[in-house]
Design a protein around this ligand. Sequence first.
Ligand SMILES: O=C[C@H](O)COP(=O)(O)O
Length: 253
Amino acid sequence: MRRPVIAGNWKMHKFIADSVATALALKPLVANANHCEVIIAPVFTAIKSVADRLEGSNIKIAGQDCAPEKKHGAHTGEVAADMLRDAGASYVIVGHSERRQHYAETDTMINRKMHAAIAAGLIPILCIGETLAQREAGIAERVVRGQIEGGLRELTASDLEHIIIAYEPVWAIGTGRTATPEQAQQMHSFIRRVFAEKFDEEASRRLRILYGGSVRPDNIAGLMAQPDIDGALVGGASLEAETFARIVNYDRG
Ligand SMILES: O=C[C@H](O)COP(=O)(O)O
């Protein structure tokens, strides 16, 4: 039985005060959400303040990125995975499409970040997904397969037990155009098959695969009803506590 994960990626939004206020507003609204893991990913500067205020609650913290280097050193502008952990994070988003597109992150770089995150004891949430042009060209599965193989290179069987994958078709992010539950299910089941082929059948059954891309309170239940969708990585709809709480507390039938 895979425990669902509902994660809110706040991207580059909110000052510290607003981050803390949103987290505190969210806390009572999801306090009874025992059916899933609840995660929020504030900007780096707000992680410590938010984590301190959420201590003892069922809301966990994720970083939105981490450095590829494991050792501290002369890497201006970078934040090491163990520094995120030190600030109160237990997860980290790796390889988000916005980083792949706008900051030229390659699978090689993303793979180093995966290794760094795991070495620091963080659970990485590896983001993968095709662009609209790739989908229209009929190469969505090939792209996703490449991102899985590249992102997970040289991870051990035990490392693979501690990762989460988020399938986020780029054409569905921030566009209001969600993949249908059937489209998402099709790709999630493909991802699980690739994982089983490349790594291990048993581990693939335990792998949690989240969907991301215009998830809202009115479409979450349909997505979660699919057999291979184990949760959601939510952007815009996670910024407001009440809306995000409605997603966390989706109708489970
Ligand atoms: O990380 C979250 C995704 O980019 C989805 O963002 P969105 O829910 O605003 O489409």
